[in-house]
Ligand binder design. Structure first.
Ligand code: CP
Ligand code: NVA
Length: 336
């Protein structure tokens, strides 16, 4: 019997020289204005021709580590990945934060050898940056205490569907200067659309993020207005957006925040100051009777479920852009 020819061992052991195409989405500032426009073009095609992308990520695997609860983000990533032909693995971290059992950098150095991308929902934003710094595969922020970029991309995509040219649109965000507000400002700046953020004193958005958003805005024509006056923010607005007053991890402050944020409730009186046919927006979950009244939340002007639907289309485009290049991580030794 003829023996099969055994290839040179070096063919299996030599390091592979590869360009590193690895890109992360840790912050909404990670995509340039041009890349944000490209993301929306891809999203539009994926949304309207989903069958064309059924095998686009075949053979790719995504791991999701979530320290906090989720309905929309988890299901849209899992469903989106499946509809692209890929697989996702969910790791419930709600009982034990990442980094407690072993350092985040060691988790990164493990998972990069098994899967093609990591999606993280965390308390500390630094958990996501540490994963991104140490994993040679794309890392995606699925919400941290600082940012929620996937949400903001879906939200402005939704407004683009409604209005067409976002440069003519003014959005007002009313409530806590939180993770959602931060990513909305950064995406608005990238898209050249204007946003006013109205918060109580002491709950303003992060100064460094505001400065970054304003810097980007100067190049795109966007106007970013930070105020404590909800009426000023919403007057003439084409969309009024709010979020919960106490985010995940702030439950102990919820009662105190209800009093502080009461003047920032989105109700019919506040809504009457907006432009005719303005939309109501919310990332969900919503608390009717707190940050928004039921009549606004459930009115025909509410587009909250369009936003939720677009989470999936935008995230499919993000997955395609970050995982679909066909380039894998550089092979490195144990100590590299
Ligand atoms: N909006 C949003 O991120 O929803 P989940 O918390 O349910 O994922
Ligand atoms: N700001 C909220 C958003 C939830 C999607 C939170 O962090 O809990």
């Amino acid at each position: 019997m003829m023996s099969a020819r055994i290839p040179e061992l070096t063919a299996f052991t030599a390091p592979v020289e590869q360009p590193v195409a690895n890109r992360d989405l840790v912050s909404a500032r990670d995509f340039s204005p041009e890349e944000t426009q490209a993301l929306y073009q891809v999203t539009h095609i994926i949304k309207h021709r989903p069958a064309d992308f059924r095998g686009a990520l075949a053979g790719k695997q995504l791991v999701l580590f979530f320290e906090k609860a989720s309905l929309r983000t988890r299901l849209t990533f899992e469903s989106g990945m499946a509809s692209l032909g890929g697989t996702s693995l969910f790791v419930d971290q709600t009982q034990s934060r990442l980094g407690l059992r072993e350092p985040v950098k060691d988790i990164a150095r493990n998972v990069e050898r098994w899967v093609h991308g990591v999606v993280l929902r965390t308390y500390e934003h630094s958990t996501i940056t540490e994963m991104a710094d140490n994993a040679g595969i794309p890392v995606i922020n699925a919400l941290s205490d600082l940012e929620h970029p996937c949400q903001a991309y879906a939200d402005f995509f939704t407004l683009q569907e409604k209005f067409g040219d976002l440069r003519q649109v003014h959005t007002a965000y009313v409530g806590d200067g939180n993770n959602v507000a931060h990513s909305l400002m950064l995406v608005a700046a990238a898209l050249g659309t204007s946003i006013a953020v109205a918060t109580p004193e002491g709950y303003e958005p992060d100064a460094e993020i505001v400065a970054t958003a304003k810097k980007i805005a100067r190049t795109t024509g966007s106007i970013i207005d930070i105020t404590n006056d909800p009426k000023r923010a919403v007057t003439g607005a084409n969309a009024i957006y709010t979020d919960v007053w106490a985010s995940m991890g702030q439950e102990a402050e919820a009662e105190e925040r209800k009093k502080i944020f009461a003047p920032y409730q989105v109700n019919n009186e506040l809504f009457s100051l907006a432009a005719p046919e303005a939309f109501f927006m919310h990332c969900l979950p919503a608390h009717r009777g707190e940050e928004v009244t039921a009549d606004v939340m459930d009115s025909p002007c509410s587009i909250v479920f369009d936003q939720a639907e677009n989470r999936m289309h935008v995230q499919k485009a993000i997955l395609l852009m970050l995982l679909g290049s066909g380039m894998s991580r550089p092979i490195r030794s144990n100590h590299a």
